[in-house]
Ligand binder design. Structure first.
Ligand SMILES: Cc1ncc(C[n+]2csc(CCOP(=O)(O)OP(=O)(O)O)c2C)c(N)n1
Length: 203
C-alpha cells in the first residue's frame, strides 16, 4: 500500500504542477488526513472487490485503492481531478455535493443481493454529511444492513463556511444515533486551501 510520505509527495507534486498553470481545471489538494485514511484502508482491508466513492478531493483515495501514480497524475493534468473515475480499481468520484451517496447504497444493495464479494466505501466531507441525501443513504444501508460504510472527513468547513455554526450544533447529526454503525468519522485540519493554492493561477 502507498505510504504517508508517498501521498504527501504526490500532493506536493500536483501542487507544483498546478502552480505552473498547465492544469486548466479545479484541483482540490488535501494534507493532514493521511494517517486516518491509511488506517481505514488497513483496518477494513479495502481491496480489489471493494468500491471507493469520493468527491472533488480524492487523490489520496485513488492512490490508496491502487491506481498507478502516473496514471492518476495524468488524469489530474488532463483536468479530471474533481471527478476521478478508474473503473478497473472500482474508484468512482464526482464533483457534485451529495451525488454518489445513493450510488454507493445501490452498489451495496447489488453486491449483497447478487451474492458478490465487496463493499462500498464512500468518503465525504463534514458539510456533505449534513445533506439530506447522506441521511437517506445511511438510513437505507442501515435498515437493509448493506455492505456500505460512509466515512466523514471533518475539516470543520465547507469551502470557508463553518459547518457546525451553519447547523447550530457542536457535533454532526449522526453522533449518538444508531446510524453510527455505518459511519466512520474523524477530524483533521487541511494543510491546503479548499481548492487550488489560495492564489490566482494564470493560464
Ligand atoms: C451541488 C453542489 N453545490 C455546491 C458545490 C460547491 N462545493 C464544492 S465542495 C463544497 C464544500 C463541501 O464541504 P464538505 O463536504 O465539508 O467538503 P470538504 O470541506 O471536505 O471539501 C461545495 C459547497 C458543489 N460541488 N456541488
Amino acid at each position: 500500500m502507498v505510504t504517508k510520505e508517498e501521498i504527501i509527495a504526490f500532493e506536493k507534486e500536483i501542487a507544483d504542477i498546478f502552480a505552473t498553470g498547465v492544469i486548466r481545471a479545479p484541483v482540490h489538494l488535501r494534507a493532514g488526513r493521511e494517517d486516518a485514511l491509511i488506517n481505514i484502508f488497513k483496518e477494513h482491508q479495502i481491496g480489489d472487490d471493494d468500491y471507493v466513492f469520493g468527491f472533488w478531493d480524492s487523490h489520496e483515495l485513488a492512490l490508496l485503492k491502487g491506481v498507478p501514480r502516473e496514471e492518476l497524475k495524468q488524469a489530474i493534468i488532463d483536468g479530471k481531478s474533481i471527478s476521478l473515475c478508474f473503473p478497473k480499481q472500482n474508484v468512482l468520484c464526482s464533483g457534485i455535493v451529495g451525488s454518489l451517496m445513493g450510488t454507493a447504497a445501490g452498489t451495496a444493495w447489488a453486491l449483497k443481493n447478487q451474492g458478490k464479494k465487496g463493499r462500498a466505501f464512500l468518503f465525504c466531507g463534514d458539510m456533505s454529511a449534513e445533506t439530506g441525501i447522506f441521511h437517506e443513504a445511511v438510513k437505507y444501508v442501515y435498515n437493509f444492513d448493506l455492505p456500505a460504510i460512509f466515512i466523514v472527513c471533518d475539516n470543520g468547513v465547507s469551502v470557508m463556511t463553518d459547518t457546525r455554526a451553519t447547523w447550530g450544533s457542536p457535533e454532526p447529526w449522526f453522533v449518538g444515533t444508531k446510524y453510527e454503525s455505518k459511519i466512520i468519522y474523524f477530524k483533521y485540519t487541511n494543510g491546503y486551501p479548499h481548492s487550488g493554492l489560495g492564489k490566482l493561477i494564470k493560464f
